[in-house]
Structures are given as C-alpha cells and as structure tokens.
Design a protein around this ligand. Sequence first.
Ligand code: PNW
Length: 452
Amino acid sequence: MNKAIQFPANFLWGSATSAYQIEGSPLADGAGASIWQRFCAVPGNVRDGDHGDIACDHYNRYKEDVALMVKLGLKAYRFSVSWSRILPQGRGAVNQAGLDFYSRLIDELLANGIEPMVTLYHWDLPAALDDRGGWLNPDIADWFTDYARVLFRAFDGRVKSWATLNEPWVVTDGGYLHGTLAPGHRNLHEAALASHNLMRAHGSAVKAYREEGKYQIGIVVNIEPKYPASQSQADLDATRRADAYMNRQYLDPIFLGAYPPEMKEIFGEAWPDWPAADFDLIGQKLDFVGINYYTRSVVRHEPAHWPLRVAPVRQTQATYTETGWEVFPQGLTDTLVNFKQRYGDTPLYVMENGSAFYDPPQAEDGRVHDPLRVSCLRKNMGALHAALELGVDLRGYMVWSLLDNLEWSLGFSKRFGIIHVNFETQQRTLKDSALLYADIVASNGACLNQPV
Ligand code: PNW
C-alpha cells in the first residue's frame, strides 16, 4: 500500500455483467425460458416481485452500453451468454437469432477495441433442462458441452477468452442447499450432486475447447477468505470447514485432483465417493482462473448452524456494504496470494469486485455522487497492486458492475453499478466511481498516488 501504484502497461482493465441481470427481453427472437425467469415469477422469491423482463434493456441498448465503455476507456468487457437464447430447449436445435444477438455485441466491442470475455454459464439454466433434473442429472455434462461447442464454433477467434462457469459455489449453495436462488431447492444430497455435476460439466467443456478453440479458457470462482474468531480448536476447525466449503471445494479438484477431506465432515453420508475417472475430467489444464472477491468472513464454531456448524462474527469496527458484506480490501490481496501458494502460478484475473451502496439521489449538477463506492474502489486498487508486488501473476481486473442491475433475489434494491441506471427511464449516468475508474484505467493506476 505504501509503494507508488503503477500497474503493468498491458494490464487488462474492464467491467463485468451477466445476461439475466441486464439484458431484459428474455423470450425475444425465439429464446426459451430460463430457471431465473421461472424463479422470479413465484411470489416471495425475489424482493418486491422484481424480475428480469426488462432489467437494463441491454438487449436493445447494447450499442449505447458499449459506447459508455468506450467513454470510460475500458479495454475488456466480461459478459455471459444466456444458454436458452442459443438453445431454447437447452439441447437440440440452435436458435440462430440468439447467436446473432451475441454476434452483434461482439462485433460492436471489437470495432471499439474492447476485448470480449465470455462466461458460458452465469446461473440462467434453460428451464427445459431443469425439467430433466438440471444440475442433478449427470447428462448435464454433455448438454453443457454441446452448448459450449456451439459457441466455440461460432465465436472462437473473435472471442479469445472463455470461462465455463461463474461461481459454482453460489449455484450449489444458493440453488440446491439453501434455496435462496434458482431453482430454489434445499437439500444436502442434491447440493453434493449439483456440485459434482458442475465440475464434470466444466471439465468436459474445457476438453471440448481443446478440440474446437485456439485461445484461452478458464473458470470463475468466488473466494471469501476465512479468518478464525479465536484461536480455540473449535473455531480453527470451523474456519477450516468454511474455507473448504466455499473456497477449496472447486479449486482443489481442478488443481489437486481431489475434493477437500472436509467435504465429508460437512456433508456426512450425503457426500459420496465419486468415481476416480471423474477427476481426470475435472482436472483439465486451465489457461487462467478468474476470481471474484467481495468480502472476507470471520468465523466461529456454531453447532446449531446446518450443515457447516459455522457462524460469521460481525466486526464491530468495520464498514459493511448494503449486502451486509464487510469492506476488507486486505482480503483481496490475501485471496490472490493464497491462490498462488496453494495452487501455483496460473494466470489470474479478478473477474468481479465491487460494492453495493445506497446512491444518494442525483445531485443538481446531474452527477451521481457515490463516495462510499469510490472509497472502496480506491482501497481495492491498493490491495490489487499489493498482490502484484507480492509476485502474483495477475493479468486484469473487471469491476462489478458496469451497470446497476437485477441483484438476483434482492431485485433492483441493491446497486453495484459504476453507472447509475434509472429503471423507469433507462437513463444511464456515470457515477463518480465510474469517473475515478476511467482515470485509473487511463493512468494504469498512477492517478491513485495523488492525494485525495
Ligand atoms: C456474484 N456470496 O454473486 C455474482 O457473480 C454476480 O452475479 C452478483 O451480482 C455479484 O456477485 C454481487 O452479489 C455472489 O454469498 C453472490 O459469497 C453471493 C456471494 C458471492 C458472490
């Protein structure tokens, strides 16, 4: 933090979004429904009954949104493809009009010198596949691979950076263990199965990419470093379980060939001995790993909490964001350094990092002042730079998010954007954090050395 900040000349600065959170028009041009469309339609699932039917209307306004990226000087854009736009039934017939939308978006990015970074799965499973069991059906590894091949064949070359899954942990924990996200199940046995099938699907798609593609493929995981609330053995064990469940569950099988032993401690008989051959598939070599970092967690032993027996401990001196996440920039450095120590030198990208805060009403000067987000961004940049200084092979940073958007079950109530979206008028306004980010990108971080 003390050293003058200067990122490498080729550092890839960008922003991230996901399909269901911004696109709107979920059934346009022959698309099939996704589990998120279904989930939003059930009263009580999403705050205020919000849904993604319109969202940021990005499906129609993508050119305007790319123009905003140009204005900010961004060099990359991470977005996801909606599986059911490409394959309305999840498998079988390809919907050309769905491919055409992403083709137009990719062309618009390339014409403006912005590198497209595509995520194949950011949680919006085709509803037709959920009807066949979704992530619980072992056939999903093949369904996902067939879908991935369609995209590789259509776009590889124009797209040079692919990610299979966004945050498998959230897919399982929210979708199959606690039921807070689509498809809303709450079942320990299902969570184990969904996790393993996600990893099989990931590995299978990477394998297919080696036949179809020429550039880079990786995975994106969310990492939340865990710190013990005390040095008692019970708290240390709780920390180990929490870390295994959230952080090591998906990276260990890829890089070390096995799930953490804690999985059985947590899941008991719901965690089977998986076929050994699956780990050859899961362990495909990756070109990069994407890390999403938002917060840390200080944890203690709590026998009443199912199934981890872990409870978070609120930090009385800390700032918390609107999603209840502690502002803890040091955790970003720790996360990147820990990755290097445990798994070695794979190129890393921070694929998401950001914060939800209440944005005061638009000021008279027509600007959106978001001092808390600005402060977080500055601190996170220091933490990011510190990781580079410590020798982490870090290639780029994607801020979450380009636009305020549908924050899943929290609806539109939480704003993560560096660009404000008025959801009544669809007007976009750069927040102060966007202006700061533009300066960071233009100066490769050097602007952060000036006193505020
Ligand atoms: C990520 N957690 O979700 C997602 O990739 C984005 O789509 C989302 O909008 C963003 O972060 C902000 O929430 C996460 O509980 C959801 O640790 C939950 C957690 C982490 C990431």
